[in-house]
Write a protein that binds this ligand. Structure first.
Ligand SMILES: [Fe+2]
Ligand SMILES: [Fe+2]
Length: 473
């Protein structure tokens, strides 16, 4: 708050030659204990306090003038309209003053009642104290660690959570922090660039993994320090590593079903691509290369088959688990993929071979070199054919298995290329599959009867039926 906001503007004023009676009258008129003395031009010459007048009268000086008993301007403390009130008490230290004139170019425009100023300042300080107590209570009770360092990397703030995670004592407050100064540390990067850094992982000296947010403290355009908040994610990280290890174990277990190292090598050298499709141009842009995509595709397909087996699907008459597993392992062994790079924009019809081509090739390889049953060979040969395009010679008894193979193939492609999550339920020959993908366009629910081939596909995003009829992967 500024002086002009609480100054009293009704001024007790007398001229330089005013006598004691005139001074007393003016005091009585405005019920003040002082008058300001001004010259003809209105410039302030000084101030007569009630005590000055009493002293003169007590000494028998009845005919004094204002200028004779006033405190002259040169000895007066004054404020200006724009003076912040909090600064006023500092200027009054050690002096017995009850009012402070406010001048503008030496013309009095008001005066401050010192008791009011002190009341305002005391109230403000009390509020600040309450606020800072509230802030420190909040900071101290936070589960997240809070650290503030100044521009010389000295620690200014450190809450109990930070002390615990970093194994630091409160005594480090005021000390320079070496780890924060290290080139490339998030705090140093923020200090140097002025740009905040979020979700940065750090290792504490006690070996904990911390996820940090780092924001600059900027005052008047310059970086004064950095505020870092962090949470201890050691347990979460540990769990993540364990999950990854468990997944690797599972992958290894499935890999054991692969017939020999040559098949494994072929699959591991067949890339798959993540891409975005441009509807307007019909082109795709490669966003990620999955080097061992062919291998992951088979592993995921075997996992889906294991899930379906658990749900009792393989007990259906006409399905043979062993034949299906063999067909899944070999179905894409003859696949030939183009070599593409991230960012490359291509026409998928030009660069990717038709599915039927690799299906035929895979079937021939299996027939010739792996001595598999005709059922396995036929399933592989036609895994990219729609029901209505199958040749008349295709064995009827294989139809339910071919349909299931195509479903598993499609779901595995979703798992491998779109990080999909899937769920199934089986009811006799009817199978319901829910597919939830990173991209809502691929979300779908499929209901298929493996015996008749009748299928309904619903898109989860719009909840409406997309198509009904024979399903193709
Ligand atoms: Fe295929
Ligand atoms: Fe496939």
């Amino acid at each position: 708050m500024l002086a002009r906001e609480i100054m009293i503007t009704e001024l007790p004023i007398v001229e330089a030659g005013a006598g004691s009676a005139a001074i007393a009258k003016e005091m009585l008129r405005l019920k003040t204990s002082h008058v300001l003395v001004v010259n003809d031009g209105g410039t302030m010459l000084g101030l007569v306090a009630g005590l000055d007048l009493c002293r003169a009268l007590a000494e028998g000086l009845d005919n004094v003038t204002a200028t004779e008993i006033m405190t002259p301007r040169s000895n007066l403390i004054v404020a200006y309209p724009e003076t912040p009130l909090v600064e006023v008490p500092l200027t009054l230290a050690g002096r017995h003053i009850n009012q402070v004139p406010v001048v503008e170019g030496e013309i009095p425009v008001g005066y401050l009642d010192v008791s009011k100023v002190l009341l305002y300042v005391a109230e403000k300080e009390k509020n600040e104290l309450v606020n800072s107590r509230r802030a420190s209570l909040l900071i101290n009770s936070m589960r997240e660690g809070v650290v503030v360092v100044d521009k010389d990397y000295r620690i200014c703030e450190l809450n109990p959570a930070a002390q615990k995670s970093m194994g630091l004592a409160e005594a480090v407050i005021g000390q320079q922090s070496k780890p924060y100064m290290v080139y490339g540390s998030p705090i140093r990067r923020v200090m140097e660039t002025g740009e905040p850094l979020y979700n940065i992982e750090m290792r504490s000296e006690t070996g904990k993994t911390l996820l940090t947010n780092n924001v600059p403290i900027i005052n008047n355009g310059s970086i004064e320090g950095v505020l870092q908040t962090f949470s201890d994610i050691t347990d979460v990280k540990q769990m993540h590593i364990q999950l990854l290890e468990a997944k690797e174990e599972l992958d290894k277990a499935f890999a054991l079903t692969l017939p020999n190292s040559r098949v494994e090598k072929k699959l591991k050298n067949t890339p798959e691509y993540r891409d975005v499709y441009n509807e307007a141009t019909g082109m795709i842009e490669v966003t990620e290369v999955i080097e061992d995509g062919g291998y992951l595709h088979v592993i995921n397909a075997l996992k889906v088959a294991a899930d379906l087996n658990e749900k009792g699907m393989m007990a259906l008459l006409g399905l043979d688990k062993d034949i299906l597993v063999q067909a899944l392992i070999f179905h894409d062994v003859g696949k030939s993929q183009p070599a593409l790079n991230v960012g490359q924009v291509v026409n998928p019809h030009e660069v990717f071979e038709q599915g039927e081509m690799h299906a035929f090739r895979s079937a021939s390889i299996v027939e010739k070199f792996y001595d598999k049953s005709q059922d396995v060979v036929q399933l592989i040969r036609y895994h990219h054919h729609r029901d209505e395009d199958l040749p008349g010679s295709f064995p009827h008894h294989l139809l339910p298995m071919l349909r299931l193979l195509r479903i598993i193939d499609g779901l595995s492609a979703g798992l491998t290329r779109r990080s999909a999550r899937i769920g199934f339920s089986a009811n006799g020959s009817r199978l319901t599959i829910l597919e939830n993908n990173g991209h809502p366009d691929f979300n779908r629910m499929v209901e298929i009867d493996l015996y008749t081939g009748q299928a309904s596909v619903y898109n989860d995003k719009r909840g409406r039926m997309l198509k009904q009829g024979a399903l193709r992967n």
